[in-house]
Design a protein around this ligand. Structure first.
Ligand SMILES: Nc1ncnc2c1ncn2[C@@H]1O[C@H](COP(=O)(O)OP(=O)(O)OP(=O)(O)O)[C@@H](O)[C@H]1O
Length: 618
């Protein structure tokens, strides 16, 4: 099972968050405008204490009711302006930030499609899902709130402190005393919280993997009565996550405690000192009111620093996790063959449209087309422990144009691995594979995959209609679809409630295993590929259906170069020749009857075939 890859060396929060700039750049004007509006709104809040001072020392001291009403009107207008500006800020950022989140998600999805199969073998799906959902949501929240408010609150605190110092510098210094311990607490908090935030987000990924596996494997879990042990495993993981979240909450509570308590004590001290000075006449009552109102207006900007820092830390972790995937190297792009790709696409499209007959196809045989050839191919999985033997070693195999070759070997001998090398789902470790004389690594993948169609033993269907699933393999319309369904003996599709428009449900699980296999086979043949790679595609069929599929396939295979992994003699008989894979090497090639006669290992595999399959069919 893939395990969570360990995180790389941590970078500073700011350096990590700066990586978001390419995505934020298109909406920077709105974000800056919104931040400026928020700063103005916040500073308007700081004007209110000055109006209060004017009212206390002026109209209230002079017992002037008209002046008091005027002051109240000013306060009302200032409050309204503050509220309207904050509302405007929110309206300005909502749409662009949803756009940033959508763009980042789309980029991640595109990148995931381009990453090699080896990457997906390595990464648990839950880790990828949590990056595409929870992490991106955290980033949107960071851009909408902490990013702006760390700036806005910073400016507000600065302006507020200046106003207080101007009102009365001794009281201002009293208020400033807690600044040093608060700053030290913030630095310590940031360090500790970053580790906890990373752990929590990774644990969310692990939990997502467990949920996904349990949902997809619900039949096995129920079938084996494993729901209790699965629930226990889930509880353990969610218990760990709960522990990490509580640790985060404790850290947050500590910083909030310091950030709230120390400034409150300073305000209390300033109140006492100010009251004494008003009593002895060295300070006006209005100044004290203004001073304390400003200090109280700064409470929220100061108090919020704790959770704004926490949210920024979580956003930095989310950014790091996002770019861990985005920094992975996608499948290498071939640099040659662009023109050939165009020609191949045009050819495939024309064939699909039925405008090219078989004789119009590029010629095989004497003109350089020599089918599918493995030249000294060796392969080892990138994550295999060092020192282990390669799965495939010095494979030399020639499948002639129009020929079909069955690949037979014991379980685990590397048949699936070998078939995966042809469409470059894995890259050969050494040696090369050629299609009609051209090295597959020199072909653009698009061309390669338009010429080679695959069907695996485990048929994967998508949440789409039957027709859409089949036409994913190429082809251009109803005629192709009908022909492919006929070849794969998948006429059952017409009997479904909405015929070929019937939705097959998640992973096609609303269909039987044999039905899914037949649709996967139809998908492989619908584009009339030049090369077919079939990994035991008939294993789930009953003998009668298998015979009918084989008869239809034989007609298709008459023109197509095919490599077919086979376990049963009936499937082997589809092929012109058979190759035996043993110990990572091709140890024999010949017709079924020749190998049956001359090769004891092959004879043993074929005679034990029905028994061998039982294990799979159970
Ligand atoms: N992603 C992977 N990473 C590492 N090793 C792998 C991976 N996939 C398969 N293997 C190993 O490669 C070997 C060949 O596996 P492969 O699936 O190709 O065998 P097979 O002949 O197709 O088996 P079967 O007949 O059971 O389908 C096995 O030892 C398997 O454990």
């Amino acid at each position: 099972m893939p395990t969570t890859p360990s995180p790389p060396e941590p970078r500073s929060v700011v350096r990590t968050l700066l990586r978001l700039w390419p995505y934020v750049r298109p909406v920077r004007a709105r974000l800056f405008t919104a931040a400026s509006i928020a700063i103005v709104a916040s500073c308007i809040g700081l004007v209110i204490p000055l109006v209060l001072k004017w009212m206390v020392d002026g109209p209230i001291a002079d017992r002037d009711p008209a002046g008091v009403w005027l002051g109240a009107l000013y306060l009302l207008l200032l409050g309204l302006a503050e509220a309207l500006l904050f509302g405007l800020r929110r309206w300005l950022v909502a749409r662009p930030l949803a756009h940033v989140e959508a763009e980042m998600r789309a980029a991640l999805y595109r990148h995931l499609q381009r990453l090699p199969v080896a990457f997906h073998d390595r990464w648990p799906s839950g880790q990828l899902l949590s990056r595409a959902t929870t992490d991106l949501m955290l980033l949107r929240m960071f851009l909408a709130f902490p990013l702006t408010f760390l700036l806005v609150n910073g400016v507000t605190i600065l302006v507020g402190v200046i106003i207080m110092l101007v009102q009365d510098w001794t009281l201002g210094l009293v208020i400033l005393v807690p600044a040093v311990p608060v700053l030290i607490t913030c630095v310590v908090f940031e360090k500790r919280y970053s580790g906890a935030a990373r752990l929590a987000q990774d644990q969310v990924g692990d939990l997502t993997t467990v949920v996904e596996e349990s949902v997809l494997g619900v039949r096995i879990i129920k079938g084996f009565g494993r729901h209790r042990s699965q629930a226990r495993a889930f509880r353990e993981l969610s218990g760990k996550l709960r522990g990490t979240e509580l640790h985060k909450a404790r850290l947050l509570a500590t910083i909030l405690g310091v950030i709230v308590t120390l400034p409150e004590l300073a305000i209390g001290a300033a109140l006492v000192l100010g009251a004494v000075r008003v009593a002895d006449g060295s300070l006006s009552a209005g100044t004290l009111v203004a001073f304390l109102s400003t200090a109280l207006a700064l409470r929220w900007p100061v108090d919020s620093i704790g959770f704004l820092l926490a949210m920024s830390q979580e956003a930095a972790t989310a950014t790091a996790r996002y770019f861990e995937v985005m920094d992975e190297e996608p499948e290498s792009r071939a640099t040659t063959g662009g023109r050939a790709a165009g020609a191949a696409r045009a050819g495939a499209a024309a064939r699909a449209a039925g405008t090219l007959g078989r004789h119009d196809r590029p010629r095989r045989g004497g003109d350089g087309r020599d089918g599918l050839v493995f030249h000294e191919v060796a392969f080892r999985y990138p994550d295999a422990p060092s020192g282990t033997a390669p799965v495939l070693d010095r494979i030399d195999l020639h499948i002639r144009p129009g020929e079909s070759l069955a690949l037979v070997g014991a379980t685990g001998s590397g048949k699936t691995t070998l078939t995966a090398l042809v469409p470059r789902l894995h890259e050969v470790t050494s040696g090369r594979i050629t299609l009609d004389g051209r090295d597959i690594t020199e072909m653009p993948r698009e061309e390669l995959r338009s010429r080679v169609a695959v069907a695996f033993e485990e048929p994967t269907l998508f949440s789409a209609s039957v027709g859409e699933n089949v036409l994913m393999g190429g082809g251009s319309g109803e005629a192709d679809l009908e022909r492919a369904l006929a070849v794969a003996q998948a006429d059952f599709a017409h009997a479904l409630p909405q015929g070929v428009d019937t939705q097959v449900g998640e992973q096609g699980l609303s269909l039987s295993g044999g039905q899914r296999q037949r649709l996967a086979l139809a998908r492989a043949v619908v584009g009339r590929p030049d090369f077919l790679v079939l990994d035991d595609p008939l294993s789930a069929l009953d003998v009668h259906t298998e015979a009918a599929v084989e008869a239809a396939l034989r007609r298709v295979l008459a023109d197509t170069t095919a490599l077919i992994v086979a376990h049963r003699p009936s499937t082997v008989l589809l092929a012109d020749r058979v190759a035996l894979l043993s110990g990572g090497r091709i140890t024999a090639v010949g017709t079924h009857h020749e190998l049956l006669r001359d090769n004891p290992e092959y004879a043993h595999l074929m005679s034990g075939a029905p028994a061998g399959r039982q294990e799979d069919e159970r």
